[in-house]
Design a protein around this ligand. Structure first.
Ligand code: CP
Length: 323
């Protein structure tokens, strides 16, 4: 597949062009086919090294990147902060330089503070510009690979043969919950708006500040108007670990006002589907019944699609398919 990909790092979706979104969707769809084969492995990244630098905990993203790298035949270096030299005082940049010195070609970086992947990318560029950095979630800033896998999940649902950005034009997408702390929502906003979707955000005022109007989305401090005739609804995890003050009265009250249930979806389009990036607080932002309903919930597909999307990113960043 010939592409015009020029991006060394994937740190944010804010400046992605429609062509870049479509290149990722097209490439991920090819890898989705690879993953249905008996032998789910290709030699694309043979002898290349992918370092997983997760300074913050993760189940989905870390294992998905690891599996994606393995399916591309790369060598993987995994790093756990608790058992690393960070505990002896080594800095994050010196940790990254250590992996660079070992020959890492890609670094997949997650950190609880915004800006760490960008700082590592700048350091790597100074060292010669051969290493590609993937932001695997930085603070409340962005989570680009999650944004892309969510986009891929919706587009493949609408056209499994030819997923493309334009399929979401005019679709009403509601994003509900803890917008304030959500790096996933910020990445989703860039891709959904690039697609021309009609994006509605809902949450309590403490978790949905006015600044979100800058993304061109409609803001609601009640759930029902956001859900009205929605084609897709994404609910977000209530990030209790990032809340330094009491931003909601109680989990019970939050669920009553903003928790998604099958009953509450009745105002949506009949074909509505529900997404959640995970991990989920069952019974808080979404009911267990809805989460586990395969007719309505795309949560497992999101996880499955993450591997193909991350294979696509590694492939494109490696220079694969350049025309
Ligand atoms: N969606 C997501 O980022 O999940 P993890 O924290 O498990 O990686």
């Amino acid at each position: 597949m010939a592409t015009s990909w020029h991006r060394r790092h994937v740190l944010s979706l804010a400046d992605f062009t429609a062509e870049e979104f479509n290149t990722v969707l097209q490439s991920a769809n090819s890898f989705r086919e690879v993953l249905t084969r008996r032998t789910k492995k290709v030699p694309t990244l043979q002898a290349r090294v992918v370092a997983n630098l997760f300074f913050e905990s993760s189940t989905r993203t870390r294992n998905s990147f690891e599996l994606a790298a393995k399916r591309l035949s790369a060598d993987i270096l995994n790093f756990s902060p608790g058992t690393s030299a960070l505990s002896k005082g080594e800095t994050i940049l010196d940790t990254a330089k250590t992996f660079w010195a070992m020959g890492a070609d890609f670094m997949v970086v997650r950190h609880r503070e915004s800006g760490v992947p960008q700082a590592i990318a700048a350091e790597m560029d100074q060292l010669g510009g051969q290493v590609g950095i993937l932001n695997a979630g930085d603070g409340c800033h962005e989570h680009p690979s999650q944004g892309l896998l969510d986009l891929f999940t919706l587009c493949t649902l609408l056209d499994p043969e030819r997923p493309r950005l334009e399929l979401l034009a005019g679709k009403k997408i509601a994003i509900v919950g803890d917008l304030l702390h959500s790096r996933v929502a910020r990445s989703n906003l860039w891709s959904f708006k690039a697609a021309g979707a009609d994006v509605h955000l809902a949450g309590p005022p403490t978790l949905l500040p006015q600044e979100f109007q800058q993304y061109g989305a409609q803001l609601h401090w009640q759930l029902e108007p956001a859900l009205d005739q929605a084609d897709f609804v994404m609910t977000l995890r209530l990030q209790k670990e990032r809340m330094s003050q009491h931003l909601i009265p109680s989990l019970r009250e939050y669920h009553q006002q903003f928790g998604l249930t099958t009953e509450r979806l009745k105002g949506c389009q009949p074909h509505v589907k529900v997404l959640h990036p995970g991990p989920v607080n069952r019974g808080v932002e979404i009911s267990s019944e809805l989460m586990d309903d395969p007719r309505l919930s795309l949560i497992s597909q999101q996880v499955t699609n993450g591997v193909a999307v991350r294979m696509a990113l590694l492939y494109l960043m490696s220079g694969g398919g350049k025309g």
